[in-house]
Design a protein around this ligand. Structure first.
Ligand code: R5P
Length: 300
């Protein structure tokens, strides 16, 4: 059987190369561009006939990236790919997991339906599972949610003296508690009230900071306002925390804001390519993808 064909639909960073190396996959290519009126042009530059294709790319800026990815997946199937998997280290549209106000679209469900029709399986890292316990509640294909816990805990152990892990809101408990346990460190979880996209309040940490290095851990850093609110409290107490996000989206000058608020460092996983990437998740992804490829082969 031929090696799988890995086709990156987002070409930032070197995660695709790391995945191809780890999987022993052939690197394929695709041409995606925009017509002057904004429509996407998509052309597969690799022969996908009879091949197991893995499309890969983070779904950050999903409204731009998703449609070309769906066209690519459909074209792979039309041109004879035997399976089409999706490795999306960052999975978008997970936050709207409930109709909070009348008439709102529960976009997590609709996005899941779109992707479930387009590909045979999905692998992602720490999706924002809050009101859903598992991706299988909304995805109808095999959809694996991997955890960057051990990779983050390894980074903390190797780089931080006497860490005190802090989750900035109740939803971050799942990440911060797991990382704290794996790193053998204490943790505290703050409470958050969000008044708007850029207007966030978090509670003041109560743990004793003396002799500790506070390490804030959250799944997503988007505007950075959640982390900034926590950093501001810690800085007022004389601490310079390290901020760790699984997915660094860094909208609205978030990184500069975090530094100005008093963060000593900002570190992210390489699920979304960014200068702050310091924690590699490629080994995690390779293990899961190999398992999915094997199980697809053994299916009748
Ligand atoms: C929400 O609960 C998430 O876990 C993050 O706390 C949130 O996405 C961070 O967003 P921002 O950086 O815009 O405050």
């Amino acid at each position: 059987m031929k090696a799988p064909l890995l086709i990156p639909f987002v070409t930032e960073g070197d995660l695709a190369e790391r995945l191809a190396d780890g999987l022993g996959a052939e690197m394929g290519s695709i041409h995606i561009r925009r017509f002057p009126d904004g429509e996407a042009y998509v052309r597969l530059l690799s022969d996908v006939s009879g091949r197991r294709v893995i499309l890969t790319g983070s779904l950050h800026r999903p409204d731009v990236v998703t449609l070309p990815m769906l066209y690519a997946a459909a074209t792979c199937r039309e041109l004879g790919a035997t399976q089409v998997g999706l490795v999306a280290p960052y999975l978008a549209y997970m936050r709207q997991d409930k109709r909070f106000q009348s008439g709102e679209a529960v976009t997590s469900r609709h996005y899941a339906a779109l992707l479930s029709r387009a590909v045979d399986w999905l692998v992602t890292v720490d999706p924002h599972l809050h009101r859903y316990a598992a991706l299988s509640e909304i995805y109808t294909i095999p959809a694996l949610a991997l955890h960057a816990t051990d990779a983050i805990a390894g980074w903390v152990r190797a780089n931080v003296k006497n860490p005190l892990l802090i989750g900035p809101d109740a939803e971050s408990r799942q990440w911060v508690a797991a990382v704290a346990q794996a790193a053998g460190a204490p943790f505290e979880v703050l409470t958050k009230v969000r008044h708007g996209d850029h207007d966030v309040e978090v509670s003041v940490p109560t743990a004793v900071l003396a002799g500790k290095t506070p390490v804030l851990v959250d799944d997503v850093i988007s505007t950075g306002r959640t982390m900034m609110a926590a950093v501001t409290h810690l800085a007022a107490g004389g601490a310079a925390p390290i901020c760790i996000g699984v997915h660094g989206l860094f909208e609205s000058a978030a990184l500069e804001g975090l530094k100005q608020a008093g963060a000593a460092d900002v570190i992210t996983c390489n699920t979304v390519a960014h200068a702050t990437n310091g924690i590699d998740v490629s080994t995690l992804l390779v293990g899961a993808v190999n398992g999915l490829l094997r199980s697809a082969e053994t299916q009748p």
